[in-house]
Write a protein that binds this ligand. Sequence first.
Ligand code: MG
Length: 218
Amino acid sequence: MKTTRLLPENREFRINTIYCIGKNYADHAKEMGGDVPKEPVIFLKPNSAVISNGDPIIIPAMSSNVHHEVELTVLIGTGGKNIPLATAMRHVAGYGVGLDMTMRDRQSEAKKAGNPWAVSKGFDTSAPLSPFVAASSVPDPHALEISLSVNGTVRQRSSTEHMIFRVDVLIAYLSSIFTLCEGDIIYTGTPEGVAQVVPGDVLEAVIPGVGSIRHSVQ
Ligand code: MG
């Protein structure tokens, strides 16, 4: 069972479903050679993919091109179905920072073949995740600096203001399809600058005011 914590109370949450949003920043959609989506692109990770701050990211033997994607993460505190846009933010317990590690070579093959992304996105250690800070301590989740450094060099730096589909829209959309539950997590998509990691790299993902995580690559 994977759990996470909501600060500052240190309340424990059992991690339920992990929803991830693809191509939610226009500049990243462009660098992937795709159009900006007209509705959110959704995929899932198993909760067995989650690792905590400091745990190593392990590159699977089946891939020779694993990429980092730094993302704002959302912890759902109160579930619901068909949640209206106007009240969607009330369902957020907290915010964190995560990495959506991706076997880019396997994902490209899957895209070409029309196959799912479960393997390329859901492998063990593919979901580094910080603890969450209470939503009440984040004045505006769409005005957060977000960055990812590799060995001390910044590779990704942007602002959550550039998200195409914002947190309330994502919650309303997801809950129109899936029943959202306490402990669900949403990875809200990555800005531009994704790139390969190799064994020995040290990754640091930071959202000031929200959290930071540091992981070595093996
Ligand atoms: Mg991603």
